[in-house]
Structure formats: C-alpha cells, structure tokens
Design a protein around this ligand. Structure first.
Ligand SMILES: [Zn+2]
Length: 404
C-alpha cells in the first residue's frame, strides 16, 4: 500500500527522499523450513511532506502482517541497555507527573512489560500494558504485568476505563511504528483528563540524518519524527508539548510530554536547529543517500577483502537494524559465516532476507577472525568482549570504523 497523502496533515505534496531498495520484514526471524518458501520483500523508501515536514515510509506493510504473522522477536528484557534506560524513564516521569499508588499508568506498545514494572516499583501505581504481539504479551502476563493483546486503538478504551483514567499514558517506540499516527492518538481524547499526560519516545529525525542512521530504517518503523511536524500533530489533538528532552537512546531519541500547560521553550529552539540543518528540504536527504552508498561500498570492500584472505567472519547482534544493513549491503551467508545473539527467541533461526544462521554468543571463539557489530549503539560494550579477534567492524556516521 503506497501512501499518496501525508499521514499527519493529508497533503499530497510528498517527495521521495530516501530509497534503500527492497527488504523483507526486519524483525521476524525465519525457521529452516521457511527457507524453502518464497519470501516477500517490500520497497523501503521514505517521503518528505512539503507541507508539514513529516518523513515517513511510502510503502506500508499491513500492521497485522508486521506483528501477528511470524512471531515477533524483540523483547526489552533482552537488553541491559533497555532495562537501565526504562528505570531512568520511570523515575523521571513519576517525578514530573507526581505519580502515586492511587494512579494508573498504561503503556501503549508495552512489549514484555519491562517499563511498566519499573513504574510500579518506583511509585506503587497500578499498571496496564497494551501490545499487539500475542507471544510477547504472554511473557508480560506471565511476569505479572496485566496486558491487553491489541493495538493501541479505540477498541481498548472501554477496557482501560473499567479501571480508571490513567495519570500517565506512556509509549516508547510505538508512535513511530504506528501505521496511522492520527489513529494511534485518537484514544487519548477519551483516556486523558486535565491532569493526564501522554509521554512518548521516538527516534529523532535530526540524529537519524546527522548520524547517517539508515540502519534504523525498516518496514516496521513507519515514521521518522522531527519536532516541527510533531508539534502540529499534537496541537491538532489539543495537546501542548509541555516538556521535551533529548536522550541518546537508539542513536538519539526525543522524549515528549504532551498535555495541558505552557509549551516548553526548547520546542521552538529545536525547530530552529532542525530548519538550519535542512531537515525539511530534499537536499539534506540527497547528501544523506550519498553517505549511505559510501557506507555500503566501504563495508562490502572490507568484508570481501577479509573473506578473500580466508578469514572467518561473524556478525554480532541479530537486531532489526542489523537486518536493514545486511539486506541493503546484500551481505549473506556467503560472506558472513553466522550471526550471534543473546535472545532465546532468535537462536537457531535465520535472519530475514540474508538467511544467516543465528548462534549464541558462545560461538565467538578463537575460530572467528573478524566481527561485524550490527547494533552500533552497543559497539562500546561489545568491543571489550571481542578483543581476541583480529578485526572488528562497525558502521559509523561517515563510513566504517575498524580496529585494523
Ligand atoms: Zn504533512
């Protein structure tokens, strides 16, 4: 399904600015039997809206296919970085919104419940998760986090209101995954009262462009938000950005507090910086694409050279980001011997598109010579673990960092 109008403002003034070719769904990993079947791929392209500055995917895979087909594999509890991050978030939001044990906090896109548990531990509040992936919601429920298995949509409103109006509606990395961002915000009208606050985190468009973070683009990641279009979007729902913070999570994200009150002065400052960086003109993306192609050429050259010398190459971290990188660079098991990951949901499966077998971290023994670290935000932590290897590659802002 190709977008012909802007998802936020309805304008038809859309221009294709990013094109990463065709990709399978990035966070569904394959079993051996899937390798004998056709694999669907979709165009991974983004367009810029000349009217409101929204950047979003042109082609949308139906949400049901994205989350309820093959089991969804990302769980927050897999990542120590996520757990630490969510504990800090819960602390900050509880303080800002003065959350007490009388309050209800809900999480739209609650995953395995890691964040809600942190809210409950900080304040004693009641918690309720909403997540469309049945296998992940099951994990949350087993862990004591009540969870509605559904998308955050009008249908869940009566279920939530059986408890009470929530003090905090939280959402991390969900608004950017929503097929219909306006539909995602619609339930807020019924769920929020004067004191309620909608707090959400999304990767930040400015960092995406400046860090050449093309590997954070994938079919499930529908929208790439700058502050300018977000402000307009929220205002159309009667919400003001009362606080905004930048965090280094996911190569740079923004945490937005939307509710009733005065606008945070940082909002206009951030929009000015975005305008100066050219985020709302096509030129910035043409330069972005030049850098992306440079990364592909230099990474492939380094890996092919190593392979030609008979080196054994492992990739580390079968994350969604990694799959975009592997598929865009057309790297497969002819170049990369295997990939490692800590998630039990991924071990023994194959990466989508590139069909590389996933093993546990134990496989990184002396028989491996070269490692390609896929989640670049984890490179610092992984480098230490991999000191015994000859060479480590990681994609960076301008090309490839290597330890050679
Ligand atoms: Zn627009």
């Amino acid at each position: 399904m190709i977008a012909v109008v802007c998802r936020l403002c309805g304008s038809t003034k859309l221009e294709t600015v990013i094109d990463l070719g065709f990709h399978p769904i990035a966070d569904t990993f394959l079993l051996a039997e899937h390798l004998n079947q056709p694999e669907l791929t979709y165009p991974l392209r983004a367009a810029l809206c000349a009217e409101c500055g929204y950047v979003g995917l042109e082609y949308l895979v139906p949400a049901e296919t994205r989350y309820q087909g093959i089991d969804y594999s990302y769980t927050s509890a897999n990542s120590a970085v996520s757990i630490r991050h969510f504990a800090e978030v819960a602390q900050e939001v509880c303080e800002f919104a003065d959350v007490t044990s009388d309050d209800l906090v809900i999480d739209a896109g609650s995953n395995d419940g890691t964040l809600l548990k942190a809210f409950h531990e900080k304040s004693g509040c009641s918690i309720l998760g909403i997540d469309p992936a049945p296998n992940i919601a099951e994990l949350a429920i087993a862990d004591g986090v009540p969870t509605i298995v559904d998308f955050f949509c009008a249908a869940i409103v009566p279920e939530v209101l059986k408890l009470k109006k929530p003090k905090v509606i939280f959402s991390a990395n969900a608004l950017n995954h929503a097929s219909d961002p306006r539909g995602f915000l619609e339930p807020l009208k019924s769920l929020m009262n004067q004191d309620s606050i909608f707090v959400f985190e999304v990767p930040y468009l400015l960092n995406f462009v400046e860090k050449t973070a093309f590997d954070t683009m994938y079919l499930e990641h529908v929208s790439y938000y700058g502050v300018k279009p977000l402000k307009k979007l929220l205002e159309s729902f009667g919400l003001t950005i009362v606080r905004i913070e930048w965090t280094d999570y996911m190569l740079g994200s923004i945490r937005v507090y939307a509710g009733n009150g005065a606008e945070d002065s940082r909002v206009s400052e951030m929009i000015s910086v975005e305008e100066v960086a050219g985020l709302y003109s096509a030129q910035a993306y043409s330069e972005f694409m030049q850098r992306v192609h440079h990364v592909r050429l230099s990474l492939c050259k380094k890996l092919y050279d190593a392979k030609a010398q008979g080196k054994r190459i492992a990739a580390i971290g079968a994350a969604t980001k990694g799959n975009t990188l592997l598929n865009f660079c057309k790297l497969d098991s002819a170049v990369i011997d295997f990939i490692t990951d800590v998630s039990p949901l991924k071990l023994g499966k194959f990466t989508p598109g590139s069909h590389i077998f996933i093993k546990s971290d134990d496989a990184l023994d002396d028989k491996i010579d070269v490692a390609l670290i896929l989640p670049r935000n984890l490179a610092g932590a992984l480098n230490k673990k991999l000191q015994h290897l000859e060479c480590i590659f990681v994609v960076s802002h301008e090309g490839i960092d290597s330890s050679l």
